[in-house]
Design a binder for this molecule. Structure first.
Ligand code: R5P
Length: 297
């Protein structure tokens, strides 16, 4: 058995020191990857800013038609131009996203549970790598439950996805799914994000937490931060701002965009934070201006 007694807490994160092995490539941890991986990562992460706005609308794979996502065919065309990457299931993308948008796709390939169950932590990779290739996916997304019942099987499935993705140079987006009894601390997220990176994913999706700088510094691949449940727009922009300031390479935001009463204005404000250096205050003012302009037109 591994010796886990007396583990020392990590503390030397050198948060102020930039990641070392960058070469001339703009995505953290990707300098040693091959051309195909780099090409796909460059479709997700803007080569000028190094960052990404991912629009997440994959919630239906375990929640069905949830608030804001009732009509993907009407929603996505309103938002897509302001996103760098669309994160969804094959069913959502094939049916409701025009194929001429030419946006990068983060294809959700894991599933296995639904909100009808207590334990959501049992997921496996259910979409084949051939499907990801056919859909020209720029990444495959796999949920991994750290500290939950399904931890072992989701870790195995994540590694299977990384193996398959590596075969065809398709990056894997590892999604940190928080076990229901876990506390959302920097200690937990440092563990979970680092585990996923060491399993070989090229991108990690996680949540914001206090001391996020340490989480980001300890993870050798880019972090994208999920929005989580709907909060007021101003607060969601602060979340995005703090995430970027803390070292995130972007956001992977869903409900705080599509459940806003002003989703188009909201995604544009998020884009300003991620790509244009707006503070949360500036972005909220921008959001209000856009919203008011629309009302007065
Ligand atoms: C959740 O099941 C999905 O992975 C979502 O894509 C993710 O949680 C981001 O969406 P939200 O910002 O709504 O949390």
């Amino acid at each position: 058995m591994a010796d886990i007694d007396g583990i020392k807490n990590a503390k030397q994160f050198a948060e102020d020191v930039a990641f070392a092995n960058t070469g001339n490539f703009h995505v953290k941890g990707a300098n040693n990857l091959d051309w195909g991986m780099k090409d796909r990562l460059s479709r997700i992460f803007n080569p000028i800013t190094g960052k990404t706005v991912m629009l997440a609308f994959d919630h239906g794979y375990f929640m069905g038609a949830t608030a804001g996502l009732e009509r993907l065919d009407l929603l996505i065309p309103r938002l897509a131009e302001h996103a760098d990457c669309l994160m969804g299931t094959r069913g959502a993308i094939r049916t409701s996203v025009p194929a001429n948008y030419n946006k990068s796709i983060a294809l959700r390939v894991s599933s296995g549970s639904s909100i009808l169950q207590d334990d959501l932590s049992r997921e496996s990779m259910v979409v084949s790598i051939e499907e990801a290739i056919k859909m020209n996916a720029s990444a495959i997304a796999v949920q991994t439950f750290i500290g939950a019942e399904g931890q072992k099987e989701t870790i195995e499935e994540l590694n299977r996805a990384v193996n398959l993705g590596s075969r065809y140079s398709i990056p894997t987006l590892g999604v940190v799914a928080v076990g229901k009894d876990m506390e959302r601390t920097s200690r937990y997220f440092t563990l979970a994000t680092r585990m996923l990176a060491e399993f070989g994913v090229q991108i990690v999706k996680t949540y914001y937490c206090d001391d996020f700088e340490k989480v980001a510094a300890a993870c050798p691949v880019p972090l994208v931060v999920a929005g989580g449940k709907k909060i007021p727009e101003q607060d969601a922009l602060t979340l995005a701002y703090k995430s970027i300031q803390g070292g995130a390479a972007g956001v992977d935001m869903g409900r705080n965009i599509f459940q806003s009463e002003k989703p188009e204005e909201m995604i544009q404000a998020v884009n300003k934070v991620v790509h244009h250096g707006f503070t949360d205050k500036e972005a909220y003012e921008f959001f209000l201006d856009l919203a008011n302009e629309k009302i007065s037109n």
